[in-house]
Design a protein around this ligand. Structure first.
Ligand code: NDP
Length: 296
């Protein structure tokens, strides 16, 4: 069993690869940097899938919330291409392969759902374009879809919430201010914070590879719906620190520009209805248990 993981060097990707290796899968990574047990995107384009690939995963993507990068047209293009083009390259490689892998698991984000306080979103909800991230999400998911005549390879797209783990993503940026007692909610803190622990996301990706019959969209969020303020309080408590300093939305808008800051200043209420219906069990279903692991 050999799994090809696009973006396997990243925060989510490294957790996926570790779990796969622990389960005795052979893992090959697609990276921009060549190395042992790696191929590049260029290799994929020119030589197709490595022989013997039984499953394909894509978790590549330029970090959107990099505060050192200005939100320019060029950077937006990088964010777009690193997701949509890599995913499309993998779909094409699967279509062209004589020996098809059994599954293709791609990621997208809950940014495909419109932020708000009333609507609850589940996987079957119709999605439509309303801003940059929803357009990106729709194109990203379209790129992952295999043509209907490809019946031998199941395709799963996981719409992930904010991924919580000690070694990357949001927690890596929040740890120091919170540790210093300088943490607090973003704005009023009343916006939803769809979230998942990185170990559960890795487990969900491997579940999608292993579980015969599963295909389509799965919301990659924990079953406990929380707001930004609830997260702030539980995380600060786990660190034994106060969380008294709200982070003004205006400052985030100035650092990231409003269009991008939305990812932090707004949120949507997302439920993992199908994910649970197909039998996935969470290690960290509630924010308290997740935060206890994050500070351990
Ligand atoms: P990381 O930044 O940790 O890793 C992403 C990987 O993508 C990198 O290791 C890199 O691999 C590759 N990559 C980066 N830039 C480019 C580029 N311009 N072109 C091609 N490949 C590139 O991200 P995460 O692991 O946090 O996220 C992975 C994916 O999951 C992203 O698409 C992200 O949007 C999505 N996601 C993440 C969430 C989160 O909270 N972290 C939430 C929802 C979705 P290399 O350097 O080896 O080429």
């Amino acid at each position: 069993n050999s799994v090809l993981v696009g973006g396997g060097t990243g925060f989510i990707g490294s957790h996926v690869c570790k779990l796969l290796r622990n389960k005795n899968f052979h893992v090959k990574i697609i990276s921009r940097m060549p190395g042992p047990n790696r191929i590049t995107w260029h290799d994929l384009e020119h030589h197709g899938l490595p022989t013997g690939t039984t499953a394909v995963v894509n978790v590549a993507g330029q970090n959107v919330l990099d505060p050192t990068k200005r939100w320019t047209t060029g950077f937006k293009q990088n964010v777009w291409n690193s997701r949509v083009r890599t995913t499309a390259a993998l779909s094409k490689a699967i279509v062209d392969a004589t020996d098809k892998p059994k599954s293709f698991v791609a990621i997208s984000g809950v940014g495909i759902y419109e932020p708000g306080t009333s609507k609850e979103y589940v996987e079957d909800d119709v999605t439509s374009e309303f801003d940059y991230f929803s357009k990106l999400g729709i194109e990203w998911e379209k790129a992952a879809k295999l043509p209907e005549y490809i019946t031998l390879c199941r395709q799963i797209t996981i719409r992930s919430g904010v991924v919580l783990g000690q070694d990357g993503g949001m927690i890596k940026q929040l740890y120091l201010p919170f540790y210093l007692g300088l943490g607090g909610p973003v704005g009023s803190g009343s916006q939803y914070l769809p979230w998942i622990h990185v170990e559960d996301l890795a487990r969900l990706i491997v579940f999608a590879i292993e579980k015969d019959g599963v295909s389509g969209i799965l919301n990659g969020v924990a079953p406990q719906v929380i707001t930004n303020k609830e997260f702030t309080n539980v995380y600060a408590k786990a660190l034994w620190r106060p969380a008294l300093f709200p982070l003004p939305v205006s400052i985030l808008n100035a650092i990231f520009s409003k269009e991008r800051a939305k990812l932090i200043t707004e949120g949507q209420k997302v439920l993992p209805r199908r994910t649970q219906a197909v039998g996935f069990n969470y290690l960290y279903p509630d924010i308290k248990s997740a935060c206890e692991e994050l500070v351990a």
